[in-house]
Design a protein around this ligand. Structure first.
Ligand SMILES: [Zn+2]
Length: 238
């Protein structure tokens, strides 16, 4: 009886079924939600997700990641830094040629917190031009460096007709988390509509390629489909 009363009290304090019901991508991670042209997930019950890779292209890891994506025939989205795209144009071209989406991540990974409007806008425009020149395609997505998404970042990107893309799940690969930890983070937070944050540019050694080799086949087995961010947002039912 005492145990039953404790259970009743616990249910009043922690209404678990309600929490589980609301436990969609929107509420799970980061608390960004969707607002004014800023997206952290798609509102869908279908098992579609988007892998995203920031800060590249990288001399070594971009190719390793592209090889894995090719092996499983899945598409992803790369938010590139203009400076790195200039350094590794062949890798940027490969990303595009293999059907992945490319988004703008500023020219020098500058945050809107640390710069004025004209400088921030010119970082976006410069990178836009580099992507267009190398791939022949105009990017339509922007991800703010470090996720610093203030009014200046939103306004500047929106003026250029970009959608601003945050994420649902931060794998923390940037902190050199272990392959096991990355896998656990993804598996405990992923659901239909999730945008998952990885990096193809990390100081060595990167755990990302190994983690992907483990996670992708597992999620495919569970029925998830991997799409680009623009495709994912087309599933949004709002
Ligand atoms: Zn970044």
């Amino acid at each position: 009886m005492k145990r039953f009363l404790s259970f009743l009290i616990a249910m009043l304090i922690f209404p678990l079924p309600l929490y589980a019901e609301n436990n969609t991508a929107k509420e799970v991670w980061g608390g960004f939600g969707k607002r004014d042209n800023v997206y952290s997930c798609a509102d869908t019950d279908e098992k579609v997700i988007a892998l995203t890779f920031d800060d590249g292209p990288h001399r070594k890891y971009t190719d390793e990641i592209l090889d894995i994506l090719k092996q499983y025939e899945i598409k992803a989205t790369f938010f590139v830094i203009g400076k790195n795209a200039e350094t590794y144009p062949d890798k940027l071209k490969r990303i595009s040629d293999e059907g992945h989406e490319i988004g703008n991540h500023t020219y020098s990974h500058i945050t809107a917190e640390k710069t004025g409007k004209s400088n921030f806008k010119s970082e976006l425009e410069k990178t836009h031009g580099i992507i267009k020149r190398i791939t022949g395609k105009e990017p339509v997505l922007f991800r703010p460096p470090t996720g610093y998404c203030n009014t200046l970042a939103v306004k500047s990107a929106t003026e250029m007709d970009y959608k601003i893309i945050m994420w649902t799940v931060d794998t923390k690969d940037w902190a050199h988390s272990s392959k096991e930890s990355i896998e656990k983070t993804v598996r405990s937070h992923v659901c239909g509509g999730s945008i998952i944050l990885f990096h193809d540019y990390i100081t060595a050694p990167s755990p990302t390629p190994n983690a992907l080799s483990k996670i992708i086949p597992e999620l495919l087995e569970e029925g998830y489909r991997f799409v680009t961010v623009s495709e994912l947002l087309s599933y949004d039912c709002e």
